[in-house]
Design a binder for this molecule. Structure first.
Ligand SMILES: Cc1cc2nc3c(=O)[nH]c(=O)nc-3n(C[C@H](O)[C@H](O)[C@H](O)COP(=O)(O)O)c2cc1C
Length: 883
């Protein structure tokens, strides 16, 4: 058959050219494969990916080729060889098909709870059909040995089988067309619905790209099979197969790279992990605010926490700082704002019901999870729909799946219906692994949610640890468990207090606000907010020191017009008070720091946002009531790049000044906070003892003990820069930002002078509300000394103070001593905990009223008329001093 032999040579040339193309493409994409596929956990899908990418190319090289390079290559060898060659095509196709079917099942299970059987059935039938056709053609094809040049042979269709032959190419045509239609239907639907995810767009674009090329190759193959003369019919067979493999590799790697990039993958150093002792109490806000009970009904699980409440600010705040740092950039992550429509004509009724899964976040997670979950990544599948299917398949995790990973060897947790593999994070957790292991294989939302910014995990865990969402059944089971969960004693107490709290209008001052907050806050939240260092002497004296300062009021001055407003670092403030940055506002109220942002915005005052806020910096910026509402940022300087990153983030977000905290290079020891879990555990044990008398309580859990024995403070040792210095730190900060810089935590006159020499824009005299060094002088006393000893400093920079300010009269005393404004920490935490943003507004109104009243009685029409001569410090304590 010399004529066939010649044509088969032509087939071979096309085959080699296609093969060269594939190898070239593999080389081009090899580094992506290493980066996005190799460096991850392996699973079935990954192995299939490798098979798909390498099986056919390796098979093409054909070990047997060595045999037929031999001069005695015989016809019988050739007939075996063509069977081998045909079998590789069938296997190659079969692998891709299995992946497709697998993924399809994953997706259907995830999205529709396995109800989308028609799609599974159709794809399954198509797969069987094609494999059968290939196998049949293989058995019917004949070998054509070559007699010249290379001792090779080729397969050709027997003329009597002509009718069957086109099916080998028509099958993939139908299959791919069905798939692209389904892909366009699904992705366009989501994009129309407002979804702007890069990943979804990539799925659509790549799908079309893939389809156009693979469809063209298969169409050309079909035309050749139908119209070409014998021997040339299959000339494009290898070309079509190799193009399919190449394109599958391409789109898979591209999707994976897109997924990784869109998530802003950052592998954090150890120090960026949450600090130890980060008490993540859930119970606080559910109990404080009945409206959120449904949201986190399991809050208050006795002992639910991810760390100790006992950490000092520095440490606990440190934990947040770490998270926050990541959170900033979350705003740049692709946002998905849609509810997926029904896909591929299947019943999605249930999805709507599940809400949680099908929210924007859910879908974003699905697509992201697709790229991040290595076992389920879109390995070289035959179509983009498979990729989408696989993406959604990450939703399919059941409670059973998660429950299997309940040990330190493999530890998964569910947080807000998404599953995270935290195994490798366990040893890094500053509070120790035990606190996380308590939730291994379970839902940890209640413990995690109130004290972490929403996207902290996304920013702190590598993407491959984001395993995707749980399925519908799991969501419902968790909801049910939360609803049915018995309340703790503390929750019951808080619920009652919420009902009984006085209307806001009856709260007349900051002290009364604190009293309400004490009742409605969970015990742990209260312990955290109110506690201070060691014996809490400085905390108490911060407040009491104001009662050692008396006024020299001036009379006979016209004060009908009285303006308490001022400017702080050039920003207008309705009263000379700002909010000092304090961590974890969400502990007290689910809206957290946003309450303060909105309240301040409406009242024209300025909020300093803690590095360890429980909302992301972006969320807080978004909560501003107007675009030009000023926000200050409190910064902890870490040893590494994070502080710089954080500053750049807040600058981008429009924050207006940096307050660098310098009084917490190590964490103070807040004993009431440390005791809190034990107190609560005892409370629950007591309740359990009484449960025999009919009281319904949760089974008490053992409090979480920091097994590292270093407390929260220990966590900070690794992350906060302990070597701050005037020489290095200030120039560093100046090099990072042009924003005004204020040093927060000045505790003596000498350092105030050094700050002025360092050229910063302001100093905040502060001892961290007494939470750091106990017996640090009360802030107002330091201010008094500074005024007395170095009045020149006040003309070089703005001076503020915080600590113990509770009344308008306190504010006036500080202003008389030369302060531009004063900061208040706890009072704002309490106000927002007790009454949300209205509480914040009310507090500011109260302060304004008190300040204006005091100014009038002092004889000052504006803040510049508040002068040192109006105050005197006495060396005795009033009998009824504050406290
Ligand atoms: C619960 C709580 C958390 C705090 N978190 C921070 C923080 O993250 N960063 C910081 O520099 N200061 C923090 N502080 C200190 C405050 O900024 C402020 O200096 C102090 O609260 C002022 O004292 P006062 O509460 O008596 O007003 C925190 C204080 C409290 C009470």
């Amino acid at each position: 058959m010399p004529f066939l032999e010649k044509k088969c040579d032509q087939c071979r040339y096309i085959g080699f050219a296609s093969y060269a193309f594939l190898i070239y493409d593999h080389l081009l994409t090899f580094s992506d494969e290493v980066n996005y596929v190799w460096k991850g956990r392996k699973g079935l899908i990954i192995y299939l990916f490798f098979l798909n990418r390498y099986f056919f190319p390796l098979a093409f090289i054909e070990l047997p080729r060595a045999a037929y390079l031999s001069p005695d290559f015989s016809y019988s060898m050739c007939s075996h060889f063509v069977r081998y060659e045909g079998a590789t095509v069938v296997i190659s196709f079969g692998i891709a098909g299995i992946m497709m079917i697998l993924r399809e099942n994953f997706r259907v299970n995830a999205l529709y709870g396995g109800k989308c059987r028609p799609v599974q059935a159709i794809l399954g039938v198509l797969w069987i059909f094609q494999v059968a056709i290939y196998a049949q053609l293989l058995s019917m094809a004949q070998a054509v040995p070559r007699s010249h040049g290379i001792h090779d042979c080729s397969m050709f269709f027997n003329p009597k089988d002509q009718n069957w032959a086109p099916l080998s190419a028509v099958g993939p045509l139908i299959f791919d067309t069905a798939v692209i239609v389904l892909t366009i239907y699904k992705t366009c639907g989501t994009l129309r619905g407002g979804m702007s995810s890069t990943l979804i767009k990539t799925l659509l674009n790549d799908g079309i790209f893939y389809y156009v090329i693979v469809f063209s190759a298969n169409l050309a193959l079909t035309i050749m099979i139908v119209t070409a003369s014998p021997g040339l019919q299959n000339i494009l067979g290898q070309f079509a197969e190799l193009m399919t493999v190449t394109m599958m590799s391409r789109i898979t790697l591209h999707l994976r790279a897109t997924g990784a990039h869109s998530r802003g993958v950052v592998f954090l150093p150890d120090a960026d992990r949450p600090s130890p002792g980060d008490t993540r109490l859930l119970d606080s806000h559910s109990s404080n605010n009945p409206t959120c009970t449904a949201h986190s009904p399991s809050q208050g699980n006795s002992g639910i926490e991810l760390g100790h409440v006992s950490e000092s600010e520095g440490s606990r705040e440190g934990a947040h700082e770490n998270r926050e740092g990541r959170v900033n950039s979350a705003m740049y992550a692709p946002q998905v704002n849609f509810r997926p429509n029904s896909g591929i004509g299947c019943d999605i009724g249930n999805i709507g019901d599940t809400g949680d899964l099908m929210t924007a976040a859910g879908i974003e997670e699905v697509t992201n999870g697709f790229f991040s979950r290595e076992e389920k990544m879109p390995e070289a599948g035959p179509t983009i729909l498979s990729a989408l299917s696989l993406a959604t398949s990450t939703m399919a995790l059941t409670l059973g799946d998660v429950a299997q990973h309940d040990s330190s060897k493999s530890c998964w947790v569910i947080i807000q219906n998404k599953v995270y593999d935290v195994t490798e994070f366990l040893p890094e957790h500053p509070g120790g692994a035990n606190i996380i292991l308590k939730y291994a294989g379970k839902d940890a939302t209640a413990a995690y949610e109130p004290i972490h910014p929403p996207d902290a995990l996304e920013k702190n865990l590598p993407p491959e640890k984001h395993l995707g969402a749980i399925d519908v059944g799991a969501v419902q089971a968790i909801k049910k468990a939360n609803v049915e969960k018995k309340k703790t004693q503390d929750e019951l107490r808080v619920e009652k207090a919420q009902k009984e709290k006085p209307p806001l209008s009856r709260v007349l001052n900051a002290i009364e606000m604190e009293e309400v907050a004490k009742k409605v806050l969970s015990y742990k939240a209260w312990a955290y907010y109110s506690s201070a260092g060691d014996g809490e002497i400085t905390y108490a004296e911060n407040i009491r020191a104001f009662s050692r300062i008396f006024f020299h009021a001036r009379i006979m001055r016209p004060i009908s017009q009285c303006d308490p407003s001022t400017t702080i670092l050039g920003f207008k403030s309705s009263i000379p008070v700002f909010v000092s940055g304090a961590a974890l506002a969400k502990l007290g109220h689910p809206a957290g720091e946003a309450n303060i942002t909105r309240g301040c915005g409406r009242m024209g005052t300025i909020q300093m946002v803690s590095s360890h806020a429980s909302l992301s910096y972006a969320q807080i910026a978004e909560a501003r009531v107007r675009e030009d509402q000023p926000l200050f940022f409190q910064l902890y300087k870490h040893k590494d790049f994070r502080a710089e990153e954080r500053v750049r983030d807040v600058v981008r977000l429009g924050y207006n000044a940096i307050f660098l905290t310098v009084d917490a290079p190590v964490a103070g020891h807040r004993e009431r906070d440390i005791h809190a879990p034990f107190v609560l555990a005892e409370q629950e044990r007591e309740a359990e003892r009484q449960a025999g008398n009919g009281t319904e309580v949760d089974t008490p859990q053992e409090p979480d003990v920091d097994e590292k024995g270093e407390g929260t403070a220990g966590a900070m040792l690794n992350s906060i820069d302990r070597d701050l210095s005037w020489e290095k730190t200030i120039p560093w900060l100046r090099s990072v930002t042009k924003l005004p810089i204020v040093i927060k935590g000045i505790q003596c006159v000498e350092d105030a002078v050094l700050a002025a020499e360092a050229g910063v824009d302001g100093i905040l005299i502060s001892n961290h509300g007494g939470r750091q060094l106990d017996y640090s002088l009360p802030s107002i006393d330091v201010l008094y000394r500074l005024r007395k000893q170095r009045p020149d400093v006040f003309s070089k920079l703005e001076v503020y103070m915080d600590g113990g300010v509770r009344r308008g009269s306190d504010v006036l005393k500080a202003l008389c001593l030369g302060a531009t404004a004063v900061g208040m920490g706890r009072p704002f935490l309490y106000a927002q905990s007790a009454y949300g943003e209205e509480g914040v507004e009310r507090l500011i109104r109260i302060l304004e009223t008190e300040i204006v009243l005091g100014m009038r009685l002092l004889g000052a029409r504006n803040v510049s008329e508040l002068v040192p001569e109006m105050v005197e410090q006495v060396n005795w304590q009033p009998i009824i001093a504050k406290l």
